[in-house]
Design a protein around this ligand. Structure first.
Ligand code: HEM
Length: 592
């Protein structure tokens, strides 16, 4: 389309402005627009200011015309009215998944917001989430640009933020084969069980001081993951001989989640990025430097001990670095560090904070706690700890874990996706480049899907319950704690196993009292916000052992894998011999 416009000023001086608009229609709603403006000044006596003013006026006119012409035939989804420049950023509030859930009640489950200059689409119901993550999943299989990926995740060289394509596929395949496949999970189950047993002993030794359960859980999940990834622990759990850099690393992971959860103004108003108004980018760069030093030293240590046979993820990654023949499978140091960083960040706090929520819910519901303890006593007994093979025989426990993921999804706004092309969903226009936020938290509390959605009711997942057979692994969209579609959580199988094993073992091994005799019904269940869902107040508890004493007394789990295996006769004999040793050790401690 070409449009010619002639303006004549009311001065005696004629001014001709030619406006050319070329308008191409590519897809249903996507256009390329080329425009040009030619200004012919026929009378040199006209003031330069007048020319500037007329030029500005003409430009605004062009802009308006372009907007009019390029407007898609369908409307954008409804949403709150944006402010100038910052758009709806002020609507996000201190806890964005709460604020967005409240806005969805007013504007509907498919919403459009404008954060700065970025279109943001929010999905807040099962059918809407299904449209994005199933029907249109291919179109939403990359993540939007953001400062976290740029400054912390090695400028998109990682798996979480890699654009959908061959490198993403390669990183996903490597981590699947070495960490998340059924075989890998089974091969490393003894490591998880040893670390959980270690946690039990640490809790039992907390004495009269209340234990910070979330903190100890985080040490456990990180050490379990680190042993699979890099072949050693990274956290100090109170025993001597552990890595002194471990405590520092833990605070770094928490800081990363907090920074990644901030809606950074610079991501949405590019002109303001350089100002770094919230100081987020500076903190990210500083944190990145510390992570990089840590990860570099891990790789160096590993390369020094090359002669030892390692069976961990890092060894595999380093072998790909040396590959000379197949270029597409080759990784460089930066990509290796980025992948390790992803796993530490995405795979530790998610599992530990979910378990912390599960125990808090059970403490608040003592009847449920007793029911699961009964199930565990029947299946496992009082003389050994739970192992992963038991999990298939604990349906009540499974329902409790599902209900915890429903009420306390550890990534409440999932991870953002971006629209590769514009598309149409439920008769609304979704613009190309729009960021998609799926409010997983709001969906799993939607009263249209759940009866008494705010109540912790694991029975809803048991036979006869309203959601019996509903799966939480990305096929039933009313509860999608791990996301869904192509970019579904890569570590879902591991995360699920870890949360089940931890919850089962903690409930089986202890009765629980709250700090300072706090009554269970008074327990604060408020949420804080980072990228992951933290408790606002940590869960401070007194664990009271309830199983055979020897289970709380092992002093070196690395050389004691036997205790976590199911008992064969031979094992039982060895186990009893050990029990006497530890009984003796126990009395020895008492006497001194
Ligand atoms: C309680 C456990 C966990 C929860 C609730 C969880 C949740 C999530 C969610 C919601 C996503 C975004 C999915 C999407 O875009 O649709 C995600 C992605 C991811 N998670 Fe998890 N996660 C958990 C455990 C883990 C573990 C244990 C690991 C690894 C050790 C892990 C590694 C990842 C990775 C690498 C991605 C990015 C996948 C991609 O972009 O292709 N997660 N997770």
């Amino acid at each position: 389309m070409i449009l010619n416009l002639t303006l004549t000023t009311n001065l005696n001086t004629p001014l001709y402005i030619t406006i050319r608009l070329c308008f191409k229609r590519h897809h249903q709603n996507s256009h390329t627009i080329v425009s040009s403006l030619t200004l012919h000044r026929h009378n040199t006596s006209m003031s330069p200011w007048m020319i500037v003013l007329i030029t500005i006026g003409a430009s605004i006119l062009i802009y308006k015309l372009l907007n009019l012409i390029s407007k898609p035939s369908l409307p954008l989804p409804p949403g709150p009215k944006p402010w100038p420049i910052v758009g709806n950023l002020p609507h996000m509030g201190p806890v964005p998944h709460h604020a967005l859930a409240a806005l969805a009640l007013k504007h509907g489950p498919l919403m459009h917001l404008r954060l700065g200059f970025v279109d943001v689409i929010v999905a807040a119901s099962r059918p809407v989430a299904e449209q994005f993550l199933k029907v249109h999943d291919a179109n939403f299989s990359s993540r939007p640009p953001n400062s976290g990926a740029k400054y912390m995740a090695y400028n998109y060289q990682d798996l979480v933020f890699a654009p959908y394509g061959p490198r993403w596929r390669l990183l996903r395949k490597i981590s699947y084969v070495h960490m998340f496949s059924s075989k890998a999970l089974d091969d490393f189950s003894h490591i998880r069980q040893e670390e959980v047993a270690r946690l039990i002993r640490n809790l039992a030794s907390s004495g009269s001081k209340a234990a910070n359960l979330g903190q100890l859980l985080n040490v456990c999940t990180t050490n379990a993951l680190a042993r699979v990834m890099i072949g050693r622990r990274v956290f100090n759990d109170g025993n001597s001989g552990c890595d002194p850099r471990a405590d520092e690393f833990k605070s770094m992971v928490v800081e990363l989640m907090v920074l990644a959860g901030v809606f950074n103004v610079g991501d949405f108003v590019p002109a303001l990025e350089w100002l770094d108004l919230q100081g987020v980018q500076a903190k990210m760069k500083k944190l990145h430097k510390r992570f990089d030093e840590f990860l570099t030293s891990i790789i160096q240590d590993h390369e020094v001990s090359k002669s030892e046979k390692h069976n961990d993820l890092l060894s595999k990654l380093l072998s790909l670095k040396e590959k000379v023949d197949e270029d597409e499978d080759k990784l460089n140091d930066t990509q290796i560090k980025a992948l390790l960083l992803n796993m530490f960040a995405a795979g530790t706090d998610t599992s530990s904070s979910t378990t912390e929520w599960a125990i808090a819910e059970l403490i608040r519901n003592p009847g449920l706690m007793v029911s699961i303890q009964k199930e565990l006593d029947t299946v496992v007994g009082a003389n050994r700890l739970v192992n992963e093979m038991d999990l298939a025989h604990l349906p009540y426990l499974e329902a409790v874990v599902k209900e915890t993921f429903r009420l306390h999804p550890s990534t409440p706004l999932s991870l953002p996706r971006v629209a590769n092309e514009s598309c149409e969903i439920f008769n609304y226009h979704i613009p190309k480049g729009a960021t998609l936020l799926v409010n997983v938290w709001a969906i799993s509390r939607d009263p249209k899907e759940w009866s008494n959605p705010l109540e912790f009711k694991p029975e809803r997942f048991l036979p006869g319950g309203e959601k019996f057979d509903v799966d939480i692994k990305g096929t039933d969209f009313e509860v999608i704690p791990f996301g869904a579609g192509r970019r579904i959580c890569a570590g879902m199988s591991l995360g699920l196993r870890m949360v089940q094993l931890l919850t089962a073992t903690l409930v089986h091994a202890f009765d629980w009292e709250l700090e300072n005799g706090l009554l269970p019904e008074k327990l604060n269940m408020d949420e804080a916000y980072g990228l992951t869902l933290q408790r606002e107040k940590p869960l401070l508890v007194h664990p009271r052992p309830r199983l055979a004493q020897h289970l709380y007394l092992y002093d070196d789990f690395n050389v004691c894998p036997i205790m976590v295996l199911p008992f064969t006769d031979k094992c039982l004999l060895q186990h009893q011999l050990k029990s006497y040793k530890y009984l003796f050790h126990f009395f020895h401690i008492l006497l001194h």
